[in-house]
Design a binder for this molecule. Structure first.
Ligand code: AMP
Length: 316
């Protein structure tokens, strides 16, 4: 299931007068709302970015799957401060969803997203269809071996391969000078830094801090799936991480003991099922036994059928 965000007015004329009814000369390209352009094709997005580059602008990209919240908008603001042409991609990427995951029900709120991004002063939304991004059944994948099967990659086989493939495509289409990713998806961030390094992609990767609801829940498009009771239960993730942080601040450096303290907090919410709860190196995602430098404490858990993730970084 996929949504084509462009409405019929998202068409502009290309080609000259040939006597063929005009409608047949209409191809989806881009629409400009105030100063914001919406591109639904790779060619249109590429052309808009090339024009910006020729005008001497520094291009910043925020890749998203839409259903935007303050977490996404915080990344837009980071890009805005560091570039002159802000691109936000909105694409629910089927390659990163497993066969039993929530691809078809993933929230799609394009009109609302567009309004929010226009208010932020975004220059270009790139919102392609699945057919535009993956026109053929044969697909070239970009995979980071060794990292892609850790954390979320372990419980979501193929997930990171989907992420690295789509992000590589976005980097080629937009050719951004910088791209911002949320610390919320810490493993994703590590893997993207790795493809950029390994494939010498000329883009600066910037991490944006996790934006939380006032009660501590990390903002996520998937929070929309939670009923009021589950919404309360979901707080156990951030509560657990706070407990780990407190223990760490009190001097505990043994990962096993920190995890044990965190797991204790989870026992208070029997309806929340822990998927992983790990202390790892933020770059290699390898487990750490004793924390001597930086460590990523990452958790994933199912609240009902909804899988949520959260993390903190601690520093010895
Ligand atoms: P998504 O639309 O879920 O693919 O997320 C798009 C980008 O927003 C990713 O780089 C995420 O890490 C980032 N993001 C999602 N939630 C948050 C949050 N609560 N705070 C900061 N960044 C976030």
């Amino acid at each position: 299931m996929e949504e084509h965000p462009a409405r019929p007015d998202a068409f502009c004329m290309i080609g000259g007068a040939t006597g063929v009814p005009a409608r047949r000369h209409l191809v989806p390209r881009f629409r400009t709302t105030l100063a914001m352009t919406i591109a639904t094709t790779i060619d249109a997005a590429h052309a808009a970015c090339s024009a910006a580059r020729r005008a001497g602008k520094r291009i910043g990209l925020v890749p998203t799957m839409g259903a935007l919240h303050e977490g996404h908008l915080s990344l837009v603001r980071i890009v805005q401060a560091k570039s002159d042409f802000v691109v936000v991609s909105i694409f629910v990427n089927p390659l990163q969803f497993g066969p039993t995951e929530d691809l078809s029900k993933y929230p799609r709120t394009f009109e609302r997203d567009r309004t929010l991004l226009a208010k932020e002063g975004v220059d270009l939304i790139f919102a392609p269809t699945v057919a535009e991004m993956y026109p053929s059944r044969a697909t070239t994948y970009v995979t980071v071996e060794g990292l892609s099967d850790r954390l979320d990659g372990q419980s979501r086989p193929g997930h990171f391969r989907g992420v690295t493939t789509v992000v590589s495509k976005l980097f080629h289409v937009i050719e951004p000078d910088l791209a911002v990713f949320g610390q919320k998806d810490a493993a994703q961030l590590a893997i993207i830094r790795r493809i950029v390094r390994d494939l010498n992609i000329p883009v600066q990767i910037v991490a944006g801090p996790i934006v939380r609801e006032p009660d501590g829940l990390a903002m996520s498009s998937r929070n929309a799936y939670l009923n009021p009771q589950q919404r309360k239960q979901a707080l156990v993730l951030s509560r657990t991480l706070r407990t780990v942080q407190e223990r760490f601040q009190q001097g505990e450096r043994c990962a096993e003991k920190l995890i044990a303290a965190g797991r204790e907090v989870f026992t208070a919410e029997p309806n929340v099922r822990v998927d992983y709860f790990l202390v790892v190196d933020p770059e290699s995602l390898e487990p750490i036994a004793d924390i001597t430098g930086q460590a990523l404490v990452a958790v994933a858990a199912y609240v009902g059928a909804t899988r949520l993730i959260d993390n903190i970084v601690v520093k010895a």
